[in-house]
Ligand binder design. Structure first.
Ligand code: GLN
Length: 266
C-alpha cells in the first residue's frame, strides 16, 4: 500500500511502523520472521499504515525520530528534527571545546542543544523557545539523554529575558517566507508547527532578531551558527555583517547546499 502511494521508503516505513505496532526491536523482527501478530496489534499496524498513506511522517506516528544517533521525542508542538540540521551539529562541535557555554534559540525538540551537550560532557547550555509545549518536549529529551543538569530551558522570544554571554550561539530558526508555506509538501505543512516554519514576509525575520542580539550575548571569541534555507546565504550574511560580526565559514548539507553559516566577533 505504501509503495502504491509512491512512498519511496515504503519497506523501511512498513518495518518501523510494524516495530512500533508490535513494540518490538528490529532484531526481534529479524529473529522471528514468521511471528503471527495478535489481531489488536495487526489492527494497530494497519491504522498506522493508513496514516502514513495520508502523508503523515513516520516520526509523527511513532512519536520519535533519530537525530545524530540519538532518539528524540517528537510531538505536534515541535519541528520534526531533520537530517539537514546534523550539518549544524558537525559544524558546531569543533567550536564547542572544554567548558563551553552554548545558547540555542528556538530549541523546539531540543535536538540541537541536547546533542551538543551529550557530545560535549563539560559544556553547559541555555535553550529558549516561545512555546511552553515545545520546552516540555525539550525537557523530556534532555532528561532521556542525561544532560538536564547542564541545561536551562527558558520561555523566551529570541533573546528577551536571556542573561549572560556565550561561547556559542546556535539556532535553526523558522526560515520559510510566509507566502511559500502553502506550497510546501503536505508532510511538512500538514504536520510541523507553523511557528517553527514561518520566517515572516521574506523568511528572514528570525535572522534579523538573532543578528541584532548576538553581539551583546557573545563572548569575545564567540561564534554564532545558524541553519539557513536554500538561497538565503547572501541575505543572512549581510544581516550579521551589518551588526559588526564577521563571516566565519559555511557548511554544506548532504544535498550539496549551503545549510549552515558561522559568524564571529571581529
Ligand atoms: N531547533 C529545533 C530543530 O532544529 C527546532 C527548529 C524550528 O522549530 N525551526 O529541530
Amino acid at each position: 500500500q505504501l509503495g502504491l502511494r509512491g512512498i519511496v521508503t515504503a519497506a523501511l516505513d512498513a518495518r518501523l511502523l510494524m516495530q512500533f505496532a508490535a513494540d518490538m526491536r528490529h532484531e526481534e523482527i529479524v529473529a522471528e520472521p514468521d511471528l503471527i501478530l495478535a489481531p489488536d496489534l495487526a489492527q494497530r499496524f494497519w491504522s498506522f499504515v493508513a496514516r502514513r498513506c495520508a502523508s503523515e511522517p513516520v516520526s509523527r506516528i511513532v512519536g520519535s525520530r533519530e537525530f545524530y544517533g540519538r532518539e528524540f521525542k517528537v510531538t505536534p508542538a515541535v519541528l520534526d528534527p531533520r537530517a539537514d540540521t546534523e550539518t549544524l551539529i558537525a559544524a558546531a562541535l569543533p567550536l564547542a571545546r572544554g567548558k563551553c557555554r552554548i545558547l540555542d534559540l528556538g530549541t523546539g525538540s531540543g535536538a540541537i542543544i541536547v546533542t551538543l551537550l551529550a557530545e560535549r560532557p563539560e559544556a553547559s547550555g541555555v535553550a529558549s523557545d516561545a512555546s511552553e509545549a515545545a520546552l516540555g518536549v525539550a525537557r523530556v529529551n534532555a532528561e532521556a539523554q542525561g544532560v538536564s543538569a547542564r541545561l536551562r530551558l527558558l520561555r523566551a522570544d529570541w533573546f528577551d529575558g536571556i542573561e549572560g554571554r556565550f561561547d556559542l550561539i546556535v539556532s535553526n530558526p523558522p526560515y520559510i517566507a510566509s507566502a511559500e508555506i502553502a506550497g510546501l509538501a503536505i508532510d511538512v505543512r500538514g504536520f510541523d508547527p507553523l511557528a517553527a516554519l514561518d520566517g515572516g514576509v521574506d523568511g528572514l525575520g528570525a535572522y534579523r532578531r538573532i543578528a541584532a542580539g548576538a553581539p551583546g550575548y557573545l563572548m569575545p571569541k564567540g561564534h554564532v551558527l545558524v541553519e539557513i534555507g536554500a538561497g538565503q546565504e547572501g541575505d543572512v550574511r549581510r544581516l550579521f555583517e551589518a551588526q559588526g560580526l564577521v563571516s566565519g565559514g559555511q557548511a554544506f548539507d548532504l544535498g550539496g547546499h549551503v545549510r549552515c553559516l558561522a559568524f564571529g566577533q571581529p
